[in-house]
Design a protein around this ligand. Structure first.
Ligand SMILES: [Zn+2]
Length: 116
């Protein structure tokens, strides 16, 4: 499968996205580059971090490690094109990421690990 070769040489960078993007956790630029925001919620209070769902509500995970696992699975799903890309901007992007988050929840987590 194509995604197997595209993920083989993936680089994970940890860097600051800058003050204007401090609310962002991570991004996948292409199948070979994933960036984690050093000053974002992945490393800072991830357990209290909220993630948007398509209906406008948010979820909160019970602990930091579960939230971090959620983020990494979300980025892996972008890499393998299981969910749509982060290429959109503004309201449309937030809506799309809500659907992406819901997909990861439905397929990788159960109700004991997060709450609305
Ligand atoms: Zn995303």
């Amino acid at each position: 499968m194509q995604w197997q070769t595209s993920t083989r040489n993936t680089e994970y960078d940890i860097l600051s996205f800058g003050p204007s993007r401090s609310d962002e956790v991570a991004q996948t630029w292409n199948s070979g580059l994933v960036q984690i925001n050093l000053t974002g919620r992945f490393f800072n209070n991830a357990g209290g971090a909220q993630f948007r769902l398509p209906d406008g509500t948010t979820i909160t995970f019970d602990n930091d490690q579960t939230a971090q696992a959620f983020v990494l699975l979300h980025e892996l799903a972008h890499q393998t094109h299981v969910i749509l890309s982060e290429g959109l901007e503004g309201v449309a992007a937030k809506q799309q990421e809500g659907f992406n988050n819901q997909f990861i929840l439905d397929n990788c987590f159960d109700n004991r690990e997060y709450h609305k």
